[in-house]
Design a protein around this ligand. Structure first.
Ligand code: KG4
Ligand code: ZN
Length: 340
C-alpha cells in the first residue's frame, strides 16, 4: 500500500509517499523560513497562506517524481496537531478532500508521534521499548515508549522548549530566524570554557526541564561581556554545551529509571552535532544504544507523517470524514490508540 503523507503544522510544507513494504518512495519539502525571517519568527497567517499556495503543486510533483498514480495510493496521512490552527487546517482539508475524491481512508497523525517514529525510516532502526527524547521548536518531551501509541510521559519542559531556547538565544546574538542551526554554526567558531552556563534542574531529582533561564543567562552574559564576533561565538558554544549536558543528564537518568537500554532522539534540535555527540558518548557509557533520524528527518518533514500514518492505516485506524485539527494535543492522549 502506498501512503501519501502531508505535513503543514508550522512553516514547512512537506509531502511524501511511503510504501508499507518498499519503504520511503519520495519526499519533498518547501521551507517558508525566508518568508518569516524578517519578522524574527513564524507569522501564522503568512504560514497558512503559503501552505495554500504550495501544497497542491507539491503533491502533484511528489506523485510525478515517484511515478505513483492516484489509483495506486491506498491512504492519506496528515498532521492534525499540535501546531498552528490555520496551517493545520490547510493540510487537513486537502488530505480529507483528496481521500474523499479518491475513495480512500485518511488518518490524522500526531506531529510529535511523527518525530518519534522518524528513526524507523532508517535502515538501522530501533526496536521497542525505548526512551524517547523529543526536542523541537515547540516541545521538549521525555517519553517511555512501549510501542506505537504506548506512551508514558516521563518529563517535559516547564517553560521554553529546547528549540525555542536555541531560537531566542540566537536572536539575542543577532542571528536570523530560525536561529538553532545559525547558533550551531556560530558555536563552531567558539572557544570552550570562556563562559559557563547553568545546567538547569539537574541538581534535583526528576525528569522535567526548564530552559528559560538559559536565555536570561545569555542576555546577561551578552550585556556584560560581548563586544566582538569572537565573544558572540564563545557565548554560542557555552549555551550549546549547557544544552547538550542538560539533555544528556536527563536522558541518562531516564535510562536508569526505566532500566531501558535504547534511546531515541528526534525533533529539530536532534540535528545538532554537539548534542548528538554528547548523547552518543553518554549512551556508550551506559551500555545503551542511541538512534537518531538522518538530519533532514530531524526537522519537520512529510516522510515521518507518511510512515506514522501508514502504521495506523495498516492497523485499520481510520477516522470519519470530519476535518480534524487540534493545535494543542498532548501526546499521552494517544493512549487507547495502541497498535498491538
Ligand atoms: O521539529 P522542528 O523542525 O519543528 C517543530 O516541530 O518545532 O524543530 C524546529 C526547531 C527550531 O527551534 C530550530 O531552531 C531547531 O529545531 N533546530 C536546531 C538545529 N536545527 C534545527 N537547533 C539546534 N541545532 C540545530 N542544528
Ligand atoms: Zn516538528
Amino acid at each position: 500500500m502506498y501512503v501519501l503523507g502531508i505535513e503543514t503544522s508550522c512553516d514547512e510544507t512537506a509531502v511524501a509517499i511511503y510504501h508499507a513494504e518498499k519503504g520511503l518512495i519520495s519526499h519533498i519539502l518547501y521551507s517558508q523560513a525566508s518568508a518569516h525571517s524578517e519578522y524574527g519568527g513564524v507569522v501564522p497567517e503568512l504560514a497558512s497562506r503559503d501552505h495554500i499556495r504550495k501544497l497542491t503543486p507539491l503533491i502533484r510533483q511528489t506523485m510525478q517524481d515517484s511515478g505513483v498514480k492516484a489509483k495506486d495510493i491506498g491512504g492519506i496521512a496528515y498532521t492534525a496537531g499540535p501546531g498552528l490552527m490555520g496551517a493545520l487546517l490547510v493540510g487537513a482539508a486537502t488530505a480529507r478532500s483528496l481521500a474523499w475524491a479518491w475513495r480512500i481512508p485518511a488518518v490524522a497523525v500526531h506531529h510529535m508521534e511523527g518525530h518519534l517514529l522518524a528513526p524507523m525510516l532508517e535502515e538501522d532502526s530501533p526496536e521497542f521499548p525505548f526512551v524517547a527524547l523529543l526536542i523541537s521548536g515547540g516541545h521538549t518531551l521525555l517519553i517511555e515508549v512501549g510501542g506505537i501509541g504506548q506512551y508514558r510521559l516521563l518529563g517535559e519542559s516547564l517553560d521554553d522548549a529546547a528549540g525555542e531556547a536555541f531560537d531566542k538565544t540566537a536572536k539575542l546574538l543577532g542571528l536570523a530566524y530560525p536561529g538553532g542551526p545559525e547558533l550551531a554554526r556560530l558555536a563552531g567558531q567558539g572557544r570552550e570554557g570562556r563562559f559557563h552556563f547553568p545546567r538547569p534542574m539537574t541538581d534535583r531529582p526528576g525528569l522535567d526541564f526548564s530552559f528559560s533561564g538559559l536565555k536570561t543567562f545569555a542576555l546577561n552574559t551578552i550585556q556584560q561581556h560581548v563586544v566582538c564576533d569572537q565573544d558572540r561565538a564563545d557565548v554560542a558554544i557555552a549555551f550549546q554545551r549547557a544544552m547538550a549536558d542538560t539533555l544528556s543528564i536527563k536522558c541518562k537518568r531516564a535510562l536508569q529509571q526505566t532500566g531501558l537500554k535504547t534511546l531515541v532522539v528526534a525533533g529539530g534540535v536532534s540535528a545538532n552535532q554537539m548534542i548528538r555527540s554528547k548523547l552518543l558518548e553518554m549512551s556508550a557509557e551506559q551500555g545503551a544504544q542511541v538512534f537518531f533520524p538522518r538530519p533532514e528527518f530531524c526537522t519537520d518533514n512529510g516522510a515521518m507523517i507518511a510512515y506514522a500514518g501508514c502504521q495506523r492505516l495498516l492497523a485499520g485506524q481510520t477516522q470519519n470524514l470530519e476535518i480534524f485539527a487540534r493545535p494543542r494535543w498532548p501526546i499521552d492522549e494517544l493512549v487507547g490508540t495502541e497498535i498491538a
